[in-house]
Structure formats: C-alpha cells, structure tokens
Design a binder for this molecule. Structure first.
Ligand code: AMP
Length: 425
C-alpha cells in the first residue's frame, strides 16, 4: 500500500520510522518531510492547505492511506476533503478536531457528559472576565479558546498577573484565538500524557508518556513545545489507565458520536493526576511531539494496520502491544529557543549516533545544504534511547547526545529525573 504522511517534525519522522517497519507498506511519501524522513520516505512538495491538490496527489499516486501528523490540517478539514474523495485518512474530521481546536467546546462537552476536568467559565467580554477572576482569586488559569501554538495558556500566580493575562488575551495577543477566553480552576498534581486510538465508535488505550515543557533544568524558564519525554509513564498504573478510559476517553467517544462528529484517529489526553483522581487538562487531536518519539519505538504491533483500522472503523478487540523497555528522548534545540533561535548552523556527528544500538535520532528542524546538515528551526533533533529503566535510557541518551558536534545547540540535562528518583527510592 502507498501512504502519504503529512508533516515535517520529529513526530512525523517517528511515525515514518514506525510505518517503514510494516510489511504492508509499498511506498511512503512525506509532504513536506525532512532530511531524516528522506531516508524512509520520498519527500514531496505539496501545499497541504490546498485540499484539492492533496486529493489530486492521492488520486494520481494511488494512495491507500493519508496520515496527518499536525493539528492545523485536521482542524482545517483535510480529512473531510479526503473522505469526500474516498481516500482513507488517519485523523479526525474538522468537527471532531474541535476537541483540540476549541477549548470552550471541550469544556462544555465535559460539563455535559460529566467528564472530570477543572471547573471553568467561558468569556467573550473583558469586563465580565475581570469581574470573575477578582471573585475567584489566584492561582487561576487563563486560556485563549482557539489554537495558539501551545502558547495561549497562562497559569497566573497572583491577582496582578491574572488581570494582566486577561487584558492581554482580550487585547488580541493571540489574534482570533483569544476572542474567547476560558478561565479555569488551577489543578494541583502531576501531569501525564495518555494516548488512545479511536475508530469513531470505539477506543483502545495506546500508550502513556510524560514530557518536560520548560526550557531549563529543574523546570526553570519559559514553556516550550517540549524538551524531552519518556514512555511509559509508570505513574499511570493499569488501574489508573482503566479509569481514564472509563471516565474520560470512552464518554468523549460516545459524546462525539452523539453530536454527529464521531472521533477517529489518536486522541491525546493531557491529564492532571489529582488527589481526586485523573482530570482532563486538554485534548489534542493528534500525536504529541516529542511523546511520539518515545511511544512509537516501543510499539510491537504494525502501526499501518492500526492506523487503517482507525480510519475504517475497525479497531481490533485487543489493545496494541508494547515492549517493556523504556524509551527516553532528549530534544536538542538551537540556542535562543524558545525565543529567537540561531539559524543555519552546521550539525556534525548525527550519523555515528544513529548507528548506536538502542538509539534513534529523529529530525525536527533540519535541512541539507550540500553534504552539511544545518539547523532550521527551534527544536532541531531528538535523541531517543531505549533501555530497561528510565535511568539506563537517560544515560544512553546523553552518551549519544554528547557525540553530536553542534556548539550552537543545547538540551536539558535532566530529562526523566523525577522518574529516576522514584526508581531509586
Ligand atoms: P494546555 O495547553 O491546556 O495543555 O496547558 C498548558 C499547560 O498549562 C499544561 O500542560 C499545564 O501545565 C498547565 N495547565 C493548564 N490547565 C491547567 C489547570 N487547570 N491547572 C493547572 N495547570 C494547568
């Protein structure tokens, strides 16, 4: 079967690697892809915002499945356009992708179906929002309703910070995304990522992971897209996973089907594990980055089969199987990230790291310039290591990182630290 994979980041490189293992894969196209993906896929220049052009490409190239990596094309309705043309796709329709595209939609759905989440109110008026936060007090969380590239959330610690965040959001700091604001209760606990595969009617638990969002060691500094992750997340025990499925994921699937927007694809629940049980912080309608880089190398089953089953409404009875080994990934970013990263610097040594046993390098923001690999983005490379424990995976990952010659790059040095402390206890 011929597959078209949409995207160009570390997540998509990890998906490409997993698809490449499938005996059913005949040919893999990536649009636009990246230099790492070019080893397992044919990279094609396709304007993915032009749905007719993507449909055309699929028809001409006899594509049997389109896999959509990032959220924007899903929210823009690419899967709807493909569906109308009879091309199977992995990912939700635009109506179902509202679970990520509109925080207000998801909060209302949780309220309607009794799905545990932070208490909240929605506002379209600055004065009403200010009156509400004055009544509630800090800490409190202020969120732009729509997509804001992961930056539309302020966890405000003081009254002053809260009011500034409200004013900033209504002042257009996030463009259209902030025209509506969700204000919610601050939840205390540990965060974990939970992935479920969905076929419109049913969901299967897929995997768990924990990531590190802050740029600096010890969780210091500003938020980023993610500086590292590990999988599985042992804190999500089997019992807890069953509770997440029964109280959060399955009611969501039922709700979406009842609303005429059955959910297909991967449903990524960002959870807060509170004293009162797991609560939903947010949904994403696609795989996480860098979580995918630690989840997929552990998958024992055929990813192409599973994605097709999601697309066709035919998930198997049993959940997918994973290796018992731990995967841990360290993100290498260009100095300056998450502000203005240094661009175009040369990276050496990636080849020798990729050759190491139990180590995988995925490309997130790179480009080839003749024989030179150059940085082309904020987050640039992911070094993933597999081992028996988080501690051993961390050691192996940093040994590999240290073989990469890139003076203009940096990484966190403490990925997995909290879990390693628990392993030692
Ligand atoms: P989101 O984009 O909704 O995942 O929010 C980004 C980050 O803000 C989350 O990963 C949490 O660390 C934090 N956050 C969001 N909502 C809450 C909440 N209700 N209570 C505490 N922290 C939150």
């Amino acid at each position: 079967m011929k597959v078209l994979l949409i995207g160009s980041g570390g997540r998509e490189h990890a998906i490409a690697n997993a698809l490449a293992k499938s005996p059913r894969l005949g040919w893999l196209y990536a649009a636009p892809g990246n230099p790492g993906m070019a080893r397992v896929a044919q990279c094609v220049a396709l304007d993915v915002s032009n749905h007719a052009a993507v449909v055309d490409f699929c028809r001409h190239n006899d594509i049997g499945l389109v896999v959509v990596g990032p959220e924007q094309p899903l929210i823009a309705g690419l899967v709807d356009a493909l569906g109308a043309a009879g091309v199977p796709a992995f990912g939700p329709s635009a109506a179902a992708a509202r679970l990520e595209g509109s925080k207000g939609f998801t909060k209302d759905l949780c309220r309607e179906y009794g799905i545990p989440t932070a208490a909240y109110e929605r506002f379209t008026d600055e004065a009403a929002a200010l009156a509400y936060v004055r009544k509630q007090g800090a800490p409190i969380v202020i969120k732009a309703d729509g997509l804001a590239a992961g930056k539309g959330v302020v966890v405000a610690e003081s009254q002053q910070e809260t009011e500034a965040a409200v004013r900033e959001m209504f002042g257009g700091a996030f463009g259209g995304a902030g025209a509506e604001v969700v204000i919610e209760e601050f939840l205390e606990g540990e965060e974990a990522s939970f992935f479920a595969l969905c076929d419109g009617a049913r969901a299967l638990p897929f995997a768990t992971a924990q990531d590190h969002k802050r740029v600096g060691d010890g969780d210091a500094g500003p938020n980023t897209g993610g500086m590292g992750a590990y999988s599985p997340a042992p804190i999500v025990t089997e019992g807890l996973a069953a509770e997440v499925m029964a109280r959060i994921v399955e009611p969501t699937l039922r709700a979406m089907a009842e609303k005429g927007a059955p959910y297909k694809g991967v449903l990524y629940a960002g959870l807060m594990l509170t004293r009162d049980g797991p609560k939903l912080i947010e949904y994403n309608c696609r795989f996480g980055d860098p979580e995918t880089q630690v989840v997929l190398p552990r998958l024992k089953d055929d990813l192409l089969d599973l994605m097709l089953a999601c697309a066709k409404g035919a998930l198997p009875e049993q959940p997918p199987r994973f290796s018992q080994r731990v995967a841990l990934t360290v993100v290498l970013a260009a100095k300056g990230y998450p502000g203005t990263p240094l661009q175009d610097t040369v990276i050496r040594g990636v080849e020798r790291v990729s050759a190491l046993e139990g180590v995988v390098v995925t490309h997130a923001g790179t480009r080839m310039d003749g024989d030179n690999l150059r940085a082309a983005g904020g987050r640039v490379l992911n070094v993933t290591a597999l081992a028996e424990t988080v501690g051993a995976a961390q050691k192996r990952a940093y040994e590999a990182v240290d073989l990469i010659d890139w003076p203009e790059g940096f990484c966190r040095r403490d990925i997995g630290a909290r879990e390693i402390a628990r392993e030692r206890a």
